[in-house]
Write a protein that binds this ligand. Structure first.
Ligand code: 4NP
Length: 163
């Protein structure tokens, strides 16, 4: 069974699809595609079925050279069982995920993605939706840092992934 990661934001059209695509890219580069898999979801139902935001995809293309793939879906309770680690983009997403875990059973599985940053000190990935292109570029920079740290964390913590 591969180790399963779920990235979560509000709409699942900007931050979490970027995180999913960046992490998948890093996993592929490391030759771990059969051992770590990624998905993403939104806490809201606003954009269910939508492709990643064009502005977000343009920033990914410009900074990373690839397009963002995906179709928005809403986070659901069954995701707690389905995934090994759930990464929230900001504190509001984090709280909204934990509201759905009424017994606290899965609290250990939910973390803020910025906890894995090593270059940036921001604790949340700022919501870029109502801002300009700088915000979208910042999302990519922050997530490259966080996802690199996350991959290191997983490969060092998960015994089945250590070579
Ligand atoms: P995301 O960005 O949570 O990073 O996907 C947003 C997308 C849509 C909205 C807000 C944030 N919205 O309000 O529709």
């Amino acid at each position: 069974m591969p180790y399963k990661l779920l990235f979560v934001c509000l709409g699942n059209i900007c931050r979490s699809p970027s995180a999913e695509n960046i992490m998948t890219h890093l996993i592929q580069q490391s030759g771990l595609s059969d051992r770590i898999v990624c998905d993403s979801a939104g806490t809201s139902s606003y954009h269910i079925g939508s492709s990643p935001d064009r502005r977000m995809s343009a920033a990914a293309m410009q900074k990373l050279g690839f397009k963002l793939q995906g179709q928005a879906r809403q986070f659901q309770r069954s995701d707690f069982q389905e995934f090994d680690l759930i990464l929230a983009m900001d504190r509001e997403n984090y709280q909204n995920i934990l509201y759905l875990d009424s017994t606290g059973e899965y609290e250990q599985k939910v973390q803020l993605i910025c906890d894995f940053c090593s270059q940036y000190t921001l604790q949340e990935v700022p919501d870029p939706y109502y801002g300009g292109s700088e915000g979208f570029n910042q999302v990519i920079d922050l997530l490259m840092d966080a996802c690199g740290g996350l991959l290191e964390h997983i490969t060092s913590q998960e015994s089945e992934l250590r070579s």
